[in-house]
Design a protein around this ligand. Structure first.
Ligand SMILES: Nc1ncnc2c1ncn2[C@@H]1O[C@H](COP(=O)(O)OP(=O)(O)OP(=O)(O)O)[C@@H](O)[C@H]1O
Ligand SMILES: [Mg+2]
Length: 510
């Protein structure tokens, strides 16, 4: 009652001023150090505040049994992007904690924000923060280790709550107010291995490999290997490479660092980015063949320096500076293949642990063998056009069709055309989404589309064979004019036979 009366009678500003004065006097004679961790740090959200809140939420929930909290009032929250309820300290509540034998006390302070404060973005009406109290004699050794422990613990809790982050370096080389080169957003991609359409045997193999990796701390230590693993996903667009990465992250509960190579200017910047990644994370470079010229590691330019910089990208992306280009005075983009190899496999790559590197490409043949070798890219995963086993997964996820729900005739018709149609899971899922209210119609339309695509593919293939044969015939005619006709006829006959056979099959289908 007295507290309520005080709050009503004394204006908040006056209360705040009294409190500050009292705190100053108190600190002069106190044997404690106090650290304030405010929710908003300047204009940015203070990550440490969130980490402390999560950490204390776990202590607070266990303290309801009376172990560490001096309070019996806890606030309950569920964040916008969180799937779990967290406990927290209510206003001005305290909680004591013990770290490495040292007792500390946390206090949660909420004060009204002065309304005239100018800000570029709307700030919460209340100013929230934690105050950490440590005994002055304990402070030198404990603070850094304690805060690091709290950050790790908070990450662990977040992962457990399925609340993971997707980091990006899209800001270029610039750092945020706390010196971090990565920007993060909550990662909410719903792709899982269950929804991923691919060969079930291959899928199981990948899942086992990931599980072995995540559980392999002792193994990696025993064998003297850095605890990291590389996966290369290759295949045509729309076959599920990005979906696979999301499924991996969801399966292991890891954060994702999506590295945009074209935003990185130098090898040392690349190294800094790597050093700022946390463990239990997947570091992704998508479309690696488009991000950097990776074909010629050893090639030197006139000055003897390595010339394997981002020239390939530059020809496509006019905004990227070109080193040594007189027309471009940006001139500082000099990531090299060796820089990238060091990133994945050098000494620096071990500065954290439990990391997965995933590179994706549409053209594996464009990549340097050095990048593909085991130890860098341990597993090469071909994401191919939709096969019949993959189609069954798509039918189940999109239409709810179990194999027994589809008539044997339709099933065998689908199986007969699917491989030759060479359609991506992305294309097929579009047909299914469009007709998802009517399963029969969806299957009918899918069959039609697959047959059409098969016919088109055959025509293309025949045209290609004919062109190759024509070229060979011309070459032979030029090489030996007298014998040219006979030799060409031999090849032409083969084509003719193939052609006839294909025509018959097509007619049967159309
Ligand atoms: N194997 C798959 N299983 C389930 N859905 C898939 C699969 N492949 C593609 N899709 C669907 O198609 C869409 C595009 O797929 P995704 O972005 O994973 O392709 P990608 O291989 O990364 O293509 P790109 O090479 O263009 O980046 C996804 O939203 C997903 O729904
Ligand atoms: Mg992709």
């Amino acid at each position: 009652f007295s507290q309520t009366l005080l709050h009503t009678v004394v204006p908040p500003e006056l209360r705040f001023a009294f409190l500050k004065l009292f705190q100053r006097l108190f600190n002069c004679f106190s044997s404690y150090c106090y650290y304030e961790i405010t929710e908003i740090d300047g204009v940015n959200t203070n990550e440490l505040y969130n980490a402390v809140q999560l950490y204390l939420s776990s202590s607070a929930s266990s303290s309801t049994a009376g172990t560490t909290s001096s309070s019996n009032r806890l606030s309950l929250t569920r964040g916008l992007n969180s799937s779990a309820i967290t406990f927290g300290l209510a206003n001005n509540d305290r909680l004591s904690d013990v770290f490495n034998g040292v007792s500390v006390v946390w206090e949660h302070n909420v004060t009204p924000r002065q309304s005239q404060t100018f800000s570029w973005r709307p700030l919460p009406e209340e100013k929230r923060g934690f105050t950490l109290r440590i005994n002055k004699r304990d402070q030198p050794g404990i603070l850094e280790a304690y805060l690091e422990f709290i950050t790790d613990k908070a990450n662990e809790i977040r992962r457990k709550n399925q609340d993971r982050l997707l980091y990006t370096n899209s800001r270029g080389g610039s750092l945020d107010s706390r010196g971090h080169p990565w920007e993060s957003v909550p990662f909410k991609h719903p792709s899982t291995f269950e929804t991923l359409a691919m060969d079930p045997i291959k899928k199981r193999e990948i899942m086992c490999d990931l599980r072995d990796f995540a559980d392999g701390q002792a193994f990696y230590k025993r064998t003297g290997r850095a605890w990291k693993r590389g996966y290369l996903l290759y295949g045509p667009p729309g076959t599920g490479k990005s979906s696979m990465i999301a499924a991996m992250a969801n399966f292991l509960g890891y954060d994702i660092y999506d590295l945009e190579l074209t935003e990185v200017n130098t090898n040392s910047e690349l190294r800094k980015l790597l050093m700022k990644t946390s463990s239990k994370s997947i570091i992704v470079i998508e479309d690696i063949d488009c991000s950097i010229n990776l074909t010629n590691r050893k090639k030197s330019n006139g000055t003897g320096a390595r010339n394997d910089s981002v020239s390939d990208t530059r020809s496509r992306s006019p905004g990227i500076p070109i080193p040594g280009d007189p027309d471009n005075n940006g001139g500082n983009n000099s990531i090299t293949l060796s820089g990238l190899l060091n990133f994945t496999d050098g000494l620096w790559s071990c500065c954290g642990s439990e990391r997965i590197f995933v590179f994706t490409t549409n053209h594996i043949d464009k990549l340097d063998p050095a990048l593909l070798r085991s130890g860098r890219m341990d597993m090469h995963i071909h994401m191919s056009y939709c096969s019949f086993p993959s189609l069954k997964i798509l039918l189940k996820t999109y239409l709810g069709c179990e194999p027994g729900d589809i008539s044997p005739d339709v099933s065998s018709d689908l199986a007969a055309v699917i491989d030759e149609a060479e359609m991506t899971p992305a294309d097929i899922s579009e047909v299914l989404i469009k007709n998802r209210r009517d399963n029969d119609k969806a299957l009918r339309e899918l069959l039609e589309v697959l047959r059409k695509k098969k016919t088109v593919n055959r025509r293309l293939r025949r045209r290609l064979v004919a062109e190759v044969e024509d070229e060979a015939e011309e070459k032979r005619a030029l090489d030996s004019p007298k014998e040219g006709g006979g030799a060409a006829n031999g090849g032409g006959d083969d084509v003719e036979v193939n052609y006839k056979k294909s025509e018959e099959e097509d007619n049967g289908i159309d």
